[in-house]
Write a protein that binds this ligand. Structure first.
Ligand SMILES: [Zn+2]
Ligand SMILES: [Zn+2]
Length: 254
């Protein structure tokens, strides 16, 4: 199953662990500190991501969750120590708002090269009690590496970005990536999405590390997405319309 995941070394202490054979191409990130390591998201839950993490580090792992959508929490079952934003504690602990059938339709929506051992019949959505919850401004100390929680609702109510202040890396989950940005589900809010992009756009950012597709992006995309949302907001579209709006590097689905 190891081949399901690909590992990209971002720098000596930062790794991307990706499921690029799946059409959604989810990215998880492993951040090594002096005392412990953080894993940001755990992917689809196809294959054992813990085995990959254990190849890279033997430090204790704390799992940080950008948001409680099935494609970001699939591997949480391999870790005891995981946290979520307080607004999504109920989602991960039994109240996930999407039926398993719908998740499976999404899992198979486009062609993916699933591993031969994978059995769709046995696929489940992870549910469990988080060890802790966090909120905007909390700092996770990994030992000489501090990760700041930035609450960025919109794609989901408790969506968070994680900011590595020293390296100026911003882990953006489903808020920023080069693909179709989703703000159209019942639990999304396009205006909040816009406000969240505004909230992070002026941070000093060396690299964007997004939750899907490219493992690393130039920070310029932050301003592009901000201007796109500003345009849609000025035209009244964010609050009143539905549709897919196309821009140069991405689309916005409202
Ligand atoms: Zn999501
Ligand atoms: Zn996602």
């Amino acid at each position: 199953m190891e081949k399901w995941f690909s590992i990209n070394k971002i720098d000596e202490r930062t790794y991307a662990i990706s499921e690029e054979k799946h059409w959604e191409k989810p990215n998880c990130f492993l951040l090594i500190g002096n005392k412990k390591a953080a894993l940001i998201d755990t992917g689809l839950g196809i294959g054992n991501i813990r085995e990959i993490v254990d190849l890279i580090t033997d430090l204790d792992i704390i799992v940080l969750t950008t948001h409680v959508h099935w494609d970001h929490i699939g591997g949480h079952r391999y870790f005891e120590d995981f946290g979520v934003h307080k607004l999504e504690e109920i989602w991960i602990n039994g109240g996930f708002p999407l039926a398993l059938d719908v998740v499976k339709i999404n899992l198979e929506k486009e062609n993916s090269l699933f591993p031969t051992e994978f059995k769709m019949d046995e696929y489940t959505i992870f549910q469990g009690k988080p060890r802790y919850t966090y909120e905007d401004g909390n700092v996770i100390d990994l030992g000489n590496r501090n990760i700041r929680v930035i609450h960025t609702p919109g794609h989901s109510p408790g969506h968070c970005c994680f900011y590595d202040e020293e390296k100026q890396y911003l882990y953006t989950g489903d808020l920023i990536y080069r693909g179709k940005l989703d703000a159209y589900y019942p639990s999304t809010n396009a205006i909040d999405f816009y406000k969240s992009v505004k909230k992070i756009k002026d941070l000093d950012v060396e690299r964007i590390l997004p939750g899907h597709f490219d493992v690393s992006l130039d920070s310029g995309i932050l301003n592009e997405i901000y201007y796109a949302f500003s345009k849609l907001n000025n035209e009244g579209i964010l609050s009143s319309s539905h549709g897919i709006f196309e821009f140069n590097q991405f689309k916005i689905h409202i």
